[in-house]
Design a protein around this ligand. Structure first.
Ligand code: HEM
Ligand code: HEM
Length: 185
């Protein structure tokens, strides 16, 4: 079923919450594990990040096929525009997060293991089993840099997005949030 003005399809609602909540969780775990050097969490973060990538790709395809949601109310141009810009930042950011993470881990020689399925092998230094050798240092650093910048950009975009959703729900009392919860408006 496609999205309509009155009701979003189950697929839109399921993908929004599955991907959205996973991204929030992965950002929190990513920052926590990096700041506190909790290396035990790295493999879990990477495995969940790669797994959710499949849903992220399907969501982008679904959004292109379905078009963007029609706004519930008749708001000012600037409000429509800012909502649209943030939706684009969010959807492009969700794509770039796993891509940059995989580039960093893959090219950095750290390997990518998804719950026991080895996608990219580790490249250990034969002379020191605790060191990894990068396949390409420049590309790996670029991936790391993008992954880190995305953390900051996406936290701001998500906070603005949630503030917008709450504004519609509490102040405007329109059906914007209800529709994303799968209800008819
Ligand atoms: C899919 C969504 C993902 C999100 C939202 C996400 C988010 C984050 C965030 C916010 C950080 C902390 C960055 C910083 O503070 O500089 C981080 C770190 C990291 N992420 Fe991800 N990540 C995702 C997927 C992945 C994937 C798929 C991989 C690799 C296969 C990956 C590998 C890493 C690594 C290795 C670090 C630690 C970086 C370091 O120690 O310098 N991430 N992630
Ligand atoms: C708990 C937090 C969240 C709430 C309350 C929320 C709420 C909403 C609502 C009400 C809409 C519908 C907007 C409309 O009809 O114009 C929406 C759409 C959207 N949200 Fe969220 N959202 C949350 C988290 C996220 C996160 C974390 C992301 C991405 C990382 C995200 C990405 C999007 C995108 C791309 C859309 C456009 C429609 C779509 O592609 O599904 N949201 N959100």
């Amino acid at each position: 079923m496609k999205d309509t003005f009155e009701k979003f399809s189950g697929m839109t609602v399921a993908l929004h919450w599955l991907v959205g909540l996973s991204i929030i969780g992965l950002i929190a775990v990513g920052i926590y594990m990096e700041e506190n050097e909790v290396y035990a969490l790295y493999d879990i973060h990477k495995a969940f990040g790669v797994s959710i990538f499949a849903f992220i790709l399907y969501r982008v395809f679904w959004r292109i096929k379905n078009g963007w949601p029609t706004p519930v109310g008749d708001y000012s141009k600037i409000e429509h525009l800012s909502a649209k810009v943030i939706h684009y930042v969010l959807i492009i950011g969700t794509l770039l997060f796993p891509i940059s993470g995989m580039i960093y881990s893959g090219f950095g020689g750290y390997g990518i293991d998804v719950f026991g399925l080895q996608l990219v092998a580790e490249n250990l230094d034969p002379n020191n089993a605790e060191e990894f050798i990068a396949h390409n240092e420049t590309i790996a650093s670029l991936g790391k840099e993008i992954h880190g910048i995305l953390g900051d950009v996406m936290i701001i975009a998500i906070l603005l997005h949630i503030a917008g959703a709450l504004k519609h729900h509490v102040m405007d009392k329109d059906g914007t949030l209800k529709r994303m919860l799968g209800k008819s408006i």
